[in-house]
Design a protein around this ligand. Structure first.
Ligand code: BES
Ligand code: MN
Ligand code: MN
Length: 455
């Protein structure tokens, strides 16, 4: 194995570069054909790696890539999940090198999707290839790579429900999260959920002269700003009635355990070039980004934003608002609470509309399972130290659905870093992380097979 990985290092990277050159932006229909090309690329590489049934499965949206290698029905089956779609690369002008021309600088691969999630998906393709080419597979493997994760996995639920038999497995293995640092391995045991809404505030039935009408007619942008500002108090608590009702508070012991994970606040601030962090009173930065829910404006627009000055009292204002959720909040419940509250606080001088986008449930995986143990042992063997269990701040909404539809737990064995700039300009992925992943994944298969056999 070691020998195989060493002698194929450069080829693995060259192939990943080919995948990164395909602009598979799922949100933008202009890239629809490129999204399909990325799926076809993976299908062909899975076939070349020695997997069976590698094919594109059509959905009402972008296709799902599926392949499998069943070596022995007596062995456990690992279902690998990942996504080949990427976030839009905008704003392009902030990239130091073009987003779809992968470039190496300081031992890092710079490209959209380098980490999220093409780099991490491709580690699995190469790890399976390496196992098949050397000692063989200790577990059966199924691979499902979707093309709509970044837009809410709208059609994957349907695909999963319609293919329960094909997707039958013992555990789901996902590399789409982060570790604390390259010398501090960690294993995520939780993801936040998400409720995402778009709001529209309407004042007068048309844009007005801000001199003729200004002062007498509600300005929807001013109103929207006031409404948004009122949704948090001075302590950073969200003021939507009932918002925290189902939030699971961690015990003092659990919080003390979490606080043991190494974290350098000064380094954090330096990296972001901020003088101070900001958030909910009474919680640490790590807690604010993992075990606490949030409410953030992701975009806000309206009125005149062109060159120069236009004296106008706009008719409409808009915002996109996301709320990250924690157990036991549900996106259905929170979206409804938000919508009721937003309507309730709207002054009579405006009309408002709330349109829900995609959402997802939070997820926490038990750490006392043999699945978690196998991942922990794999990382310990490749790093020479035990990974620290962490709760992540991001969301992979489909994970809760996997549990419901397939009855399977997901192991979040990601290899990224927070500094990889996911969804930002200049996204990158460390060469160290790419190769570490390829080396660690076969160890998961090994330990999982052994633990299952002794069960
Ligand atoms: N891979 C991320 C989620 C992630 C990143 C989890 C880092 C933990 C650490 C995933 O691709 C993602 O971006 N998810 C979206 C949700 C989706 C509905 C758009 C997110 O978290 O915003
Ligand atoms: Mn991802
Ligand atoms: Mn993402």
């Amino acid at each position: 194995m070691k020998q195989y990985l060493e002698s194929n290092k450069q080829r693995f990277l060259d192939e990943l570069f080919d995948l990164l050159r395909i602009p598979s932006v799922s949100a933008d229909s202009a890239f629809k054909n490129d999204v399909r090309r990325a799926a076809e690329f993976l299908r062909d590489k899975l076939t070349a790696a020695g997997l069976d049934k590698a094919a594109l499965h059509e959905t009402a949206g972008h296709p799902v890539v599926y392949a499998e290698k069943m070596v022995d029905p007596a062995k456990p089956t690992v279902l690998i999940y990942g996504h080949y779609d990427v976030q839009p690369a905008d704003p392009y002008e902030l990239w130091h090198t073009p987003p779809f021309e992968p470039t190496i600088r300081n031992e890092r691969i710079y490209a959209r999707g380098a980490c999220d999630d093409k780099g991490q998906v491709y580690m699995h393709v190469k790890a399976v290839e390496a196992m098949l080419a050397t000692d063989g597979l200790p577990c059966n493997v199924k691979v499902m790579i979707e093309g709509e994760e970044e837009v809410g996995s709208d059609h994957l639920g349907e695909f999963v429900a319609a293919n329960r038999e094909m997707l039958k497995a013992d555990v789901i293995l996902i590399s789409d999260t982060s570790i604390i640092a390259n010398d501090v391995p960690s294993l995520e045991m939780g993801l936040r959920g998400l409720s995402y809404v778009e709001v529209e505030v309407t004042g007068a039935n048309r844009d007005l002269h801000s001199g003729v009408y200004g002062g007498a007619v509600a300005n929807p942008i001013n109103v929207l700003c006031e409404m948004i500002a009122s949704m948090k108090d001075a302590d950073g608590h969200i003021t939507i009635p009932g918002f925290y009702d189902n939030v699971l508070e961690l015990s003092a012991e659990e919080r003390a355990e979490m606080a043991k994970a190494p974290f350098d606040l000064d380094e954090y601030k330096r990296d972001l070039d901020i003088a101070e962090v900001a958030g909910e009173a009474g919680y640490t930065t790590n807690e604010r980004t993992s075990i606490r829910p949030t409410l953030d404006v992701n975009g806000i627009w309206g009125g005149y934003i062109g060159e120069g000055a236009k004296t106008v009292l706009p008719s409409k204002a808009f915002a996109k608002i996301s709320m990250r959720l924690v157990p036991n909040q549900t996106d259905a419940e929170i979206t409804e609470l938000f919508s009721n509250h937003f309507n309730a606080i709207a002054p009579p001088s405006v009309k408002v509309a709330v349109r829900p986008h995609h959402g997802g449930l939070p997820y926490v995986t038990p750490t006392d399972s043999i699945e978690f143990e196998a991942a922990s042992l794999a990382m310990e063997e490749s790093w020479g130290k035990k990974p620290i269990p962490t709760r992540g701040g991001g969301s992979i909404p489909i994970v809760a659905l996997f549990e419901r539809e397939l009855g399977l737990k997901s192991i979040l064995m990601g290899f990224g870093l927070d500094i990889d700039a996911l969804h930002s300009p200049n996204e990158s992925y460390g060469l160290f992380n790419f190769y570490k992943g390829i080396e660690t994944i076969p160890l998961f298969f090994k330990h999982y097979a052994a633990l299952k056999a002794n069960q």
